[in-house]
Design a protein around this ligand. Sequence first.
Ligand SMILES: C[S@@+](CC[C@H](N)C(=O)[O-])C[C@H]1O[C@@H](n2cnc3c(N)ncnc32)[C@H](O)[C@@H]1O
Length: 328
Amino acid sequence: MTPAGSDILLFGTPGLAVEALTLPIGRRLAFLAENNSVTDRVFELNRATGSPLSIAFCSGGLPRESADAVLLDPPWYLDFVRPMLTAAAHACRPGGVVLISLPPDGTRPSAEADRQAAVAFGRRLGLDPIEHCALAIGYETPFFERNALAAAGIYPPPHWRRGDLLAFRKTRAPTRHHLAASAQRRDWIEVGIGRMRPSSETRPGEAGLMSLIDGDVLPTVSRRDPSRRLAQVWTSGNRIFRTNNPQVVLEAAISCAGETMGSGVQPHLWGTMQEREQLERIADELRALAALEAQEERGAPKAALERSVTWRSSSTHCWNRSTATISG
Ligand SMILES: C[S@@+](CC[C@H](N)C(=O)[O-])C[C@H]1O[C@@H](n2cnc3c(N)ncnc32)[C@H](O)[C@@H]1O
C-alpha cells in the first residue's frame, strides 16, 4: 500500500517492531512507543541489529504528517482506540493509509458496536474506511493470557487470538485538532523480578500478600471482571493479590529485583525487627512466585497438550457466561 522508500510508523506494536527489524522491506521505519520494559527490550534488539528503527516515546510529542502508513494496535477499548487513532490520523500524510487492529465479533458483546464507533470516529479524523478484513490478524497468545485461559480450563493453540484488520485512507485533514486525553489509568509501579513483573498500587496500610481468588490466577483478561478492582498486586502471569501494605510489598519487590542487579534492601528504611521480618517474608513469597511464573512461561501449562484436542472439538459449544468474559 506504500511506495518503496516511504515512511512507515508502527504505533503501540512492539512485537511488530521486533519483526520489522529483520524484514527487507525497503521502507523507513519508526516505532512510537510507551516508556516501559517491553520498549527497553525493543531498544536493545534495535541496537543489536544496527538500529534500522527510529524509536520515539509518545511523551516526547506526537509526530505530524510524517508517515505514509501508520500501523496501530491499541488495547481493544475505545478509551485507548480514540486517542491513538487521533494521533495516527495526525501522523499520517494526506493520501496515506492507517491500518488498525480491532476486536472481532464475539470478543465481547459490544465488539461490533465498538468497531463501528471506531470507524465513525475515524471519519471525523479525515480517515475513509477502505477495507475490513475480519479475523485477518493472528496473535501469539501472551503469557498472562495463556495463564488466564488455563485457569479457566481452556488450552487453546498458541495463535488462537485473532483481530480484525481495518484499513483507512486519509483523504482530509482531521477536524478534531485536540488529541483526546489518554485513557485514565490507575497508578501502578512495575518492578521486574527475573522475568516476572509484579505491579503494585501505592496506598498506605499494614501487611503482606493476600489471596483474592482461588489459585490466585485471574481466569480472565476482561476489563469487565469485577475482581480486577480489588487487585493491588498483579503479576505478569495474571496473578492478583490484595495487600494491606502496598509499600512494604513494593520495597520487597525492589529488594528482590536488586538482588539480581547486585544490590539489596536499604536497611535504614526498615528500622524495626518486625518490619525487617515482614519484608523478608514477602520477598520470599515474591521469589517463589517469580520462580513459578518463570517455569510456567517456559513451558505450556501441564495439562495443555492432553486438553487441547477436547478444547478444539468443543469450542463451538462452550459459549457460556464464563467463556464469554475471557476476553474483552
Ligand atoms: C494490545 S497491545 C498490542 C501489541 C502488538 N500486537 C505488538 O505488536 O506487540 C497494545 C500496545 O499499545 C501500547 N500502548 C498503549 N497506549 C499507548 C500510547 N498511548 N502510546 C503508545 N503505545 C501505547 C501498549 O504499550 C501495548 O504495547
